[in-house]
Design a protein around this ligand. Structure first.
Ligand code: HEM
Length: 487
């Protein structure tokens, strides 16, 4: 075991030395800044800033000291930090033959090498096209009632009759269940319950220090993957058999069925089973914590800002008044929730769930008069443009009117909570659907107060409330639940 640690440390050391010498080749053209200590660089100070929710301040310090392009060293790699909307455009739209996506090594081991998060250019395009063909609006619109039914069941099971709840913890379960049912076609029951802890271990493991020793989070993540993969193989087999038995069945029944049925001109499958497995895991990981933290932040906001709360309630009551109790929401209902989505957008500006993104250079790149050597990391922080007063006036003020139809839209690439370009989040519409439907059901069925007004969150790397955001809840009225047949 010790030899594994020693090997990892030596590898990181040699990488640092290698990159140091590569950087020296262009020493006069390398961006200003310091690579800091070998191996560690400034990783610990960034992690500390993330835990204190001071990521923006961390990036701002570098910007003030060195200007909009500067170097440091993060997570074992020399790194160039870029600031501003133009830099965001370069970061998100640069051709994959120059800049490629680089999940940390721990993520590759846990999520799998065929994940959309790390497939090379053409393979990425093929798998992404397959994912988007299911996640696109025209397909998702059919599933509003299904998402709403999961939400109503969730509220009835986990919120109704309770006095206190941990909002973030519960909403994670909800977003996990929505993805299971809608995307994977795994309906409520023991199979789904068996999978949840494995996904949770994998999420923890993929963002941990990649030391594979018993009891490390990384080891738990790898073990969870080993247990989950056979379950996913069975699931794919079941879906394939079900589709072949019912030839006319809907190919968009769920994401797995959809992926199995994407064929080339010779009717051969375009996505392998291995790719389906790694991408089931990727979609769950990308879609579950992100949407749940957005909804959690909104729950917190509505408990602390009376005027926003009243405006959201008014909009949601307008929607509710045309519906029978418990009647499923429709796409048209969600389209009426414009104010609620503006509040969510403003929340995504102030508190983007994904604060920092990374890429790696495939070759030496010239940018802004500097050289970024081959193999270096490039990073950007969404909050730097989101909180720039020149782009968003009074940027620290929570003001949903910024997103009104008549307000001037922010300049391109300055509002990037879902990224941009060829890797832009394909789950936006699903995230919007879940958020709006959940806010509707919550504000029409419950009121709540924060139990700990000062409860803070850490970014590890996604925001995580210290106690899961504890609230006291009160029912507004007896809620009508969907009929037994729907459950
Ligand atoms: C509020 C919710 C969400 C936020 C803020 C969010 C944000 C993001 C961001 C910032 C990226 C990466 C951009 C980059 O590095 O260039 C991303 C990628 C991705 N997201 Fe989301 N996401 C959310 C919800 C979802 C959902 C619900 C799903 C799926 C069900 C999803 C699936 C994905 C996938 C598969 C990728 C990788 C895309 C690629 O590499 O081509 N996300 N998301």
């Amino acid at each position: 075991m010790e030899s594994v640690v020693l090997f990892t440390l030596l590898l990181l050391f040699f990488l640092s030395v290698f990159f140091l010498f590569r950087g020296k080749k262009y020493s006069d053209k390398i961006p200003p800044g310091s690579l800091g200590l070998p191996i560690i660089g400034q990783s610990l100070s960034l992690i500390k800033a993330m835990k204190a929710d001071k990521v923006k301040e961390w990036f701002q310090e570098g910007l003030t000291k060195h200007g909009p392009i500067w170097k440091t060293s993060l997570f074992g790699y020399p790194t160039v930090v870029l600031h501003g909307a133009t830099a965001n455009k370069f970061f998100y739209t640069c051709d994959a033959s120059l800049l490629y996506n680089t999940p940390p090594p721990s993520m590759s081991r846990v999520v799998g090498s065929k994940s959309i998060l790390e497939l090379p250019k053409d393979d990425h395009k093929r798998v992404r096209t397959a994912l988007v063909s299911f996640l696109r609006l025209e397909v998702l619109k059919q599933y509003v009632a299904k998402v709403d039914e999961e939400i109503q069941y969730h509220l009835q099971t986990h919120w109704a009759g309770k006095h206190e709840v941990q909002v973030q913890t519960l909403i994670k379960t909800l977003t996990f269940n929505v993805i299971c049912s809608l995307i994977f076609g795994i309906e409520r029951g023991p199979k789904r319950e068996k999978m949840l802890p494995h996904f949770q271990d994998m999420i923890e493991g993929m963002l941990s220090i990649p030391i594979n020793l018993p009891f490390t989070p990384f080891n738990r993540g790898i073990t969870a993957r080993k247990k989950l993969v056979p379950m996913l193989i069975d699931l794919i087999r079941e879906k394939r058999e079900a589709f072949e038995e019912r030839k006319r069945a809907d190919p968009h029944k769920d994401l797995i069925t959809s992926l199995l049925n994407i064929r080339d001109d010779d009717n051969l499958p375009m996505v392998s089973d291995e790719e389906i497995i790694d991408n089931i895991i990727s979609v769950m990981i990308a879609g579950y914590d992100t949407t749940s933290i957005l909804i959690t932040f909104l729950v917190k906001l509505l408990a602390t800002d009376g005027s926003i709360y009243s405006a959201v309630v008014q909009e949601q009551e307008e929607v509710a008044k045309d519906k029978a109790p418990g009647e499923a929401l429709t796409w048209e209902d969600l389209m009426k929730m414009k104010y609620t989505w503006r509040v969510a957008s403003e929340m995504l500006r102030i508190n983007p769930p994904v604060a920092v993104s990374f890429r790696r250079t495939v070759q030496d790149i010239e940018y802004g008069g500097y050289i970024i050597p081959k193999g270096w990391q490039v990073t950007q922080c969404a909050s730097m443009t989101h909180m720039d007063n020149n782009i968003f006036q009074n940027s620290t003020m929570f003001n949903p009117t910024r997103f009104e139809k008549n307000a001037s839209s922010p300049p391109p690439y300055s509002f990037v909570p879902f990224g941009a370009g060829p890797r832009m989040c394909p789950g936006i519409e699903l995230a919007k659907m879940e958020t709006l439907a959940m806010m509707h059901r919550l504000v029409t069925q419950f009121t709540w107060v924060l139990l700990n007004k000062d409860e803070r969150f850490k970014r590890i790397p996604l925001p995580e409330f210290d106690k899961g955001l504890l609230v006291r809840i009160m029912p507004i009225k007896a809620t009508s639940m969907p009929s037994e047949a729907m459950m």
